[in-house]
Structures are given as structure tokens and as C-alpha cells.
Write a protein that binds this ligand. Structure first.
Ligand code: PMP
Length: 469
């Protein structure tokens, strides 16, 4: 029998992997397949880089999981957490109590979010925040005397989290299949994914703008099908993230807003990824030109240093809640003081370094320009960016946009090259996506773009060698 290791003691990679597969169930993972390969063990990070247990340095073009917006190793955030842990590591916000960091963060969020948002409800993650949305939306319509308004409309290939309500709001069919989802009164319309749907023969090869209006009209169709008096809300990510960084045509969101207004239904913007500067504005709804009633956030609020999420509650819903008596909902960690203290430090840092403006005026346009060049690569059928999010659709035929056969798993092939070359780029099918830290410099962007091009070239070479290109 091996004696148990002391916590924190250094082990070899093989030892970490063995213990990992013996006890640790990873999210969204085929455990048996992982056990055969062994997990990659990430041991430390600094700036935009992470290191694994073998000492390999890797450029993290995904900001962890879309969250480390200010980069790793920021002393301000570490000190804010330490100070708060020493002063008051926990107290709840039930039973008529509150803590200074939670109040301070609520005030700061009211300042940096669009003006309709003067109130916030805190949770611990994006999934929890979207669960709160379902509760809030239904509570709102009950208080309006319209309890029959229960249906929330979302989109296929949306991602809104992994809890029962989050996964139901999401439009991932593999998730729905596991667990008998969606829960009742959540329905989905088709996504505004021009490359996959708009350029199709059957849709008469619509221009992006025409397709954007067409995709929005599917919301109107769905409302008519259900009956406008039964529809409570529409929810969407300004730019679909986990679905593949799908940037909708510019005509899409304004039309969605008009349809919601026409029927008086609540508009919910899921800003878990697009919040806190990712799109070049503080929030994605500002980039897309919508005025949501509710807005969920998580990830970038603390740059992922500690879990925190929440829902910004617009005046329309806030007013109803204020006169509605007790809202029977809340989490132990709603307004966790350490998480809130880190969030305040993180937002102040983003403000002080002008990171939102940097993305809007400098690094975002630069990424767009460099991605337009990458669009010329033989493997790339479409290159899209929005702020510091980017997508490259890998195709067998650039002209027709014809995809590779699914068995080739070209996205995974490309991702494997990225790992070997020291780059984290994620594959969603054959769509390669990035969301690098907003703190990135131009020189670091050049380094990232050179790595991306090298990995595309290596993927192309492997495909040619296999006779598949
Ligand atoms: N909404 C969106 C748009 C997301 O991208 C995610 C996570 N990637 C979530 C919700 C769920 O957040 P969490 O994993 O913190 O529960």
C-alpha cells in the first residue's frame, strides 16, 4: 500500500494522472478515454501563459474557460482576497444582513452596466445565474397577474450552463438526451449561424444581413405558434460562445429586440462570456444594440480567480419585485464577501488599465485584421471575430464551404497540434475558437497569431499526408 501523499507535495505527472483517474470525475469528459491517455496537469500560470507538470509553457488563448480576462498572477486580486479572508471570510445575505464587499460590488455593477440595471442578484456561477433567471422571469409574470406566461424561448446550440434549468435553456441536444431535458415550457428556435445555415442552397444563399433578419423572424414564428400570451422571455448569448464563437449578422439583434418589444416579452442577455469587456464594450448587449431586461454574468466578473455569478435586474422587473413581497430564492454563497472583494478589485483593475477601450480601439480591430488574413488559408472557410473572440471554420473546400467528413475529426486534429506547439485553442467540431486575455499586448497577439498559423499549416500537412486534402 502506498502511503497517502502529503497535500501539496510534488508528485510526478504519472502519479497525478493515476490518482486523477482513480477518483476525479471531470466535467464533460469520457472518463474511460481520459484514463487511457492521462489528464494534462496544469500546475501554475502567469500573465497569458500556463505551465504543465512537465514544465511546458503554453499560451492560453482561451483565458482558462473564457474567464481570466485580466490575465494570471494579478497581485491586486490576490491581495483583495487575502484581506477579505482575514477580515470576514464568510457571512450570508439572508435574514436582513449584508457585507460591505457585496454592497460595494452591487454599486459598482450598477455603475458599469447599462442604465436600466440598478439592481443585482448574486449567485456562484453562470449556471446558477441562469437558474435564477427562470425563477425571476416566472415570478415577474405571476406578479403581473399573467401566470400563464411561462414559456422561455432560447436557441439551438446555445450554452447556458449545466444545471437542470441551465441545460434546458441551452440548446445542446447531447445534454438534453442525458437527463430528460428540457424541463417544461422551454423551447428552442434555430441559431443565427450564417455559415452553417444561411449560405445553404435551401435558404437561397442569403446575404448575411438578409439571413440575420430571417433568423430573427423565427422568433416571431415561434411566438405565434405558442401564442403571444404564453411567452415569458427570450434568452440569448450576444455572441454564442461554447457553440463555436458564432457572431450573428448585424441585423439579428435589433430585429430580436423589436419582436420582444412588440409582444412585451422579457429579453435576457446571457453575458457570462461576453461581459466585462470581451466584445470591446463592457457588455455584449451594448455591442449588439439591445436593451435587455435581465442580464446574467459570471466568469469575467472576477477574471475567474474565484467563483461568482449573478443577474442584473432591469427596472421593469426590479419594480415588480420591489412591490411583490418575498422572492423565495437564494444561495448560501449569494454575495460571498471574498468573491465580491475580488470582483471589485478586478473591475477597478479593468477600469484603471482601460482594458475595455484597448479591446475596442486597439487589440480587437487588430485581431479582426489578422483574422481577415487567416481567412486566406487553404483550410479556412470563414474567419470571424468580435472584440477578443475569434473563430476559424475549417473546411475541405474553401469555395463551396464543403466540410470535412466527421470521422476525420479535423478540429481535434488541429487542437492536438496546438497542444504540442504550446497553444490552447479550442475545437467545436471543425471550428477553432479563441478568447484570449484582454490584457494581451500587440506583441503577445503576434506570438499567438504565429502559433495559430503554424498549427493550421501542420493540420494541412497532416491532412495532405493522409490523402484527405
Ligand atoms: N452561460 C454561458 C454563455 C456560458 O458560456 C457558460 C459557461 N461556459 C455558462 C452560462 C455557465 O456558466 P458556469 O459554467 O459558470 O455555470
Amino acid at each position: 500500500l502506498n502511503p497517502p501523499q502529503k497535500p501539496g507535495a510534488t508528485r510526478t505527472t504519472a502519479e497525478w494522472q493515476q490518482t486523477d483517474s482513480a477518483h476525479y470525475l471531470h466535467p464533460f469528459t469520457d472518463s474511460a478515454a481520459l484514463a487511457r491517455k492521462g489528464a494534462r496537469i496544469i500546475t501554475r500560470a502567469d500573465d497569458i501563459y500556463i505551465w504543465d507538470s512537465e514544465g511546458q509553457k503554453i499560451l492560453d488563448a482561451m483565458s482558462g474557460l473564457w474567464c481570466v480576462n485580466v490575465g494570471y498572477g494579478r497581485q491586486e486580486l490576490i491581495e483583495a482576497a487575502t484581506r477579505q479572508l482575514q477580515t470576514l471570510p464568510f457571512y450570508n445575505s439572508f435574514f436582513n444582513t449584508a457585507t460591505p464587499p457585496a454592497i460595494e460590488l452591487a454599486e459598482l455593477l450598477a455603475e458599469i452596466t447599462p442604465p436600466q440595471f440598478q439592481h443585482v442578484f448574486f449567485g456562484g456561477s453562470g449556471s446558477e445565474s441562469n437558474d435564477t433567471v427562470v425563477r425571476l422571469v416566472r415570478r415577474y409574470w405571476d406578479l403581473q397577474g399573467q401566470p400563464e406566461r411561462k414559456v422561455i424561448i432560447s436557441r439551438k446550440n446555445a450554452y447556458h450552463g449545466s444545471t437542470m434549468a441551465g441545460a434546458s435553456l441551452g440548446g445542446m441536444s447531447e445534454m438534453h438526451q442525458q437527463g430528460g431535458l428540457p424541463i417544461p415550457d422551454i423551447v428552442h428556435i434555430e441559431q443565427p449561424f450564417w455559415f452553417a445555415l444561411g449560405r445553404d442552397e435551401r435558404s437561397e444563399r442569403l446575404s448575411r444581413e438578409e439571413f440575420g433578419r430571417r433568423a430573427a423572424s423565427w422568433l416571431e414564428d415561434k411566438i405565434q405558434e405558442i401564442g403571444p400570451g404564453r411567452v415569458a422571455a427570450f434568452i440569448g448569448e450576444p455572441v454564442q460562445g461554447a457553440g463555436g464563437v458564432i457572431v450573428p449578422p448585424s441585423t439579428y439583434w435589433p430585429e430580436i429586440q423589436r419582436i420582444c418589444d412588440r409582444h412585451g416579452i422579457l429579453l435576457v442577455s446571457d453575458e457570462v462570456i461576453t461581459g466585462f469587456g470581451r466584445t470591446g464594450q463592457w457588455f455584449g448587449c451594448e455591442t449588439m444594440g439591445t436593451k435587455p431586461d435581465l442580464m446574467t454574468f459570471a466568469k469575467g466578473v472576477t477574471s475567474g480567480y474565484i467563483p461568482l455569478g449573478g443577474v442584473m435586474v432591469g427596472e421593469r422587473v426590479a419594480k415588480a419585485l420591489a412591490n411583490g413581497g418575498e422572492f423565495a430564492h437564494g444561495y448560501t454563497y449569494s454575495g460571498h464577501p471574498v468573491a465580491c472583494a475580488v470582483a471589485v478589485a478586478n473591475i477597478r483593475l479593468i477600469q484603471r488599465e482601460g482594458l475595455v477601450e484597448r479591446v475596442r480601439e486597439d487589440t480587437g480591430p487588430y485581431l479582426a485584421q489578422r483574422y481577415a488574413e487567416l481567412a486566406g488559408h487553404s483550410l479556412v472557410g470563414e474567419a470571424q471575430t468580435c472584440g477578443l473572440m475569434g473563430a476559424l471554420q475549417l473546411v475541405r473546400d474553401k469555395t463551396s464551404g464543403a466540410p470535412f467528413p466527421a470521422e476525420l475529426a479535423v478540429g481535434m486534429m488541429c487542437r492536438a497540434h496546438c497542444f504540442r506547439e504550446g497553444l490552447i485553442m479550442r475545437a467545436v467540431g471543425d471550428r477553432m475558437i479563441i478568447a484570449p486575455p484582454l490584457s494581451m499586448t500587440r506583441a503577445q497577439m503576434d506570438e499567438m497569431l504565429a502559433l495559430i498559423r503554424r498549427c493550421l499549416d501542420l493540420t494541412l500537412a497532416e491532412l495532405q499526408q493522409k490523402g484527405a486534402f
